[in-house]
Ligand binder design. Sequence first.
Ligand code: AMP
Ligand code: MG
Length: 420
Amino acid sequence: MIKSQTNCSDLNEPDLITVTTALQKILAQIKPLQQYQRIGLDHACGRTLYHAVIAPFNVPPHRNSAVDGYAINSTDLPESGDTSELVIAGAAYAGQPFTGALAPGECLRIMTGAPVPEPLNVVIMQEQVERFNNTITLDHTHRRHQNIRQAGEDIVQGCPVLLAGKLLTPADIGLLASLGLTEIDVTRKLRIAIASTGDELHSLGSELAPGGIYDSNCHTLKASLERPDITVVNLGILDDNPASLQRCFEETATHCDLIISTGGVSVGDADHTRTALRALGSIEFWKVAIKPGRPLAFGCLNKTPFFGLPGNPVAVLVTLYQFVLPAIDKMLGITDRPVCPAFTALSTEAIRKRPGRTEIQRGIISQTTTGHWHVKTTGQQGSGILRSMSLANAFIILEHDRGPVKKGDPVTVQPFAGLL
Ligand code: AMP
Ligand code: MG
């Protein structure tokens, strides 16, 4: 009789931790970079603001007209039911303020964005007056301050406009430009090393040997991580050899902020990543109750955090999104990025699932004519089947304690929009 040993599908091992615990342990180890660089505003989109920005002046800097029309003094507004006739005594354009003085009974032709001079306090749209030569006639329906944009209505001088930790968006860049800022302090770029491990792997452009496959993980990771705030250092393909892995990781830890390897973290005879990690630093955990992505090692080499992702291509992407990207956000000090909400959709099919691990399947979400969201899986969900990810537009998140899904059951979906 064979005495079975623990394997990759056992759910009740003591060192198997939940997704939530894994993420907590990762974030507890990760420290924000605390180093910044000053860069030109036009290169700052997608970077993280390091110091809060205080408004040096009001935006808009002066009261100005929100419409094309006529600026008047409210003392010239007619009584209810009456009309007033006012003489046009001058004109104000955006960039060409009116500097003269107006007598009672006079008004100003004014264009959108032109400063509204004191003591005028009403702007009337040109469509709402009758003009005859140099006079306008208006009725009683107008109110003080209408159609006037107040100085500081957008940004008040001395107030924080953007806080540290903001991932800068195009709107933020415009806001900073409206304050006349040409340069800005952002967290310096994160240097992330990526490595593929496996004797079967070949680089693109080389011929496949028998039993060989192309290294796709390195390209998936590069495509995911090449962003304005990251420099990717590609270590290439590393042999399944403990000594050479060790040498490479040790050297890399001296000049990179984070190391991500794929493959070699499971329990096979050629899985040496954990051995190298243990020899050089510490392993925080290496088994997470998640499918795909169960063998996932996280630790530190000296002070450099290290993710040993699984080799299977789908597991790489799933663990990257669930564990690595939140860690990267923390290192960069990002506390405010556009949200990517998960929501509920109805499953159009039954899905097998057992309680005791989080399963992240790949699905296609669509909205019915009645506005309800439905989701179907992309078919075969093996962790090596990268097409299941390429066909998908969302993750289907089947929570840790959840059992099988029946057709029509609600499930949590996380759309790729904003995630990828
Ligand atoms: P491992 O975790 O090293 O046991 O690898 C698990 C599976 O993923 C094996 O079938 C590997 O051939 C495959 N694999 C590992 N690394 C890569 C890679 N960089 N690109 C494509 N497939 C990979
Ligand atoms: Mg391998």
